[in-house]
Design a protein around this ligand. Sequence first.
Ligand SMILES: Cc1cc2nc3c(=O)[nH]c(=O)nc-3n(C[C@H](O)[C@H](O)[C@H](O)COP(=O)(O)OP(=O)(O)OC[C@H]3O[C@@H](n4cnc5c(N)ncnc54)[C@H](O)[C@@H]3O)c2cc1C
Length: 382
Amino acid sequence: MHEFRYDPVQLPASAQILRSDVRTFIAEEVASGAFTPSRNSWNTFDADFSRRCGERGYIGMRWPKQYGGHERSALERYVVTEELLAGGAPVGAHWVADRQSGHQILRYGSDRAKQTILPKIAAGVCFFSIGMSEPDSGSDLAAVRTRAIQVESGWKISGTKVWTSGAHRTNYLIALARTGPKEEDRHAGMTQFIVDLSHPGVTVRPIYNLYGGHDFNEVVFDEYFVPDDMILGGVGMGWKMVTGELAFERSGPDRFLSTYQLLLESIRAIGPDPDDRSANEIGRFVAHLATLRRMSTSVAGMLERGAQPIVEAALVKDVGTTFEREVPETFRHLIPTEPTLGEGGSYPELLGMTILRAPGFTIRGGTREILRGMIARGLGLR
Ligand SMILES: Cc1cc2nc3c(=O)[nH]c(=O)nc-3n(C[C@H](O)[C@H](O)[C@H](O)COP(=O)(O)OP(=O)(O)OC[C@H]3O[C@@H](n4cnc5c(N)ncnc54)[C@H](O)[C@@H]3O)c2cc1C
């Protein structure tokens, strides 16, 4: 049975300095009109803002200087991501590359991939998408049908990915494809490839979401050629790569801060003299937030030590996204307002748009049922 542990971590003094550095940066950006704090922070794509984050040293913080990184710790990085999200900064362009793709390339990429791609990510000028889900395999990634066939000095990929967030604006995606036959071990025979989205052989088409926005896409590969040195971690290592990557994807503050702006503005709307029911709910949310933050920083500490806290990360995501979804559901009953649609910034718009975005929180990055299955297995219950 897996032993769950969320040891407390102490943020280093350097992290506190970084925290005020980010706050100053955000205040300057907002004051200059460069961005308006967004309630959809890590899904708001703003390439110019990402470039400025790169200039400030906020991307690739843990990577070696040789690849454009800043050799900071996971906890220092944690504080920067937390402040950017809490400040409603439009970090969507660089988010995936910084959170997971760059780390995978650093750990498992060829020298050429590291030398040509990582410095551009760290500079905030190169962006990534995630190419895992397919029309008939989302939760069950072992069922992917996108196939890569070996040719001279590389591979040709054919197949279709879906729900690929941002692929209409990013430069690369990391695609999971089948390279070997299905064996008794259904996790064998898969490989991850770095795909350059500007090359011929790949078509990106929009899929419009619940509120009519264009965030995700269908990506079709038609004998798309990938050279051997754009494989991650070796042929047949795809499953190990994907599960390792998901620990990064699932444990950060982005998994419980998606509705933070709504929480703040709801507390403001209720005002300094809440009735008992409102005070009770606000207290509950703040207490949950503090606990989630402690769990999430603890996972950052484990990642810092090189551990693979896959089950711990799954628990953070499950509890964290449940929290995010509860925020709009609770305040729509406490505050007498009619939710409306629009990006204007009024409270009814903030509430309306958050309600429409909320169902995705517990689907993206692994559904509730899948996470709970993993947690139950971790607890020895199945
Ligand atoms: C906003 C958003 C952004 C996304 N961005 C990306 C992206 O950038 N890249 C990418 O690759 N994917 C992305 N996804 C896809 C997401 O990862 C998948 O939707 C998710 O993994 C579920 O897969 P599915 O849609 O195929 O549903 P299915 O796997 O078909 O699941 C349907 C339902 O059945 C349940 N279910 C499935 N299997 C089991 C089981 N074994 N036990 C119990 N219940 C089960 C699920 O929990 C779910 O409720 C995104 C999704 C959303 C909503």
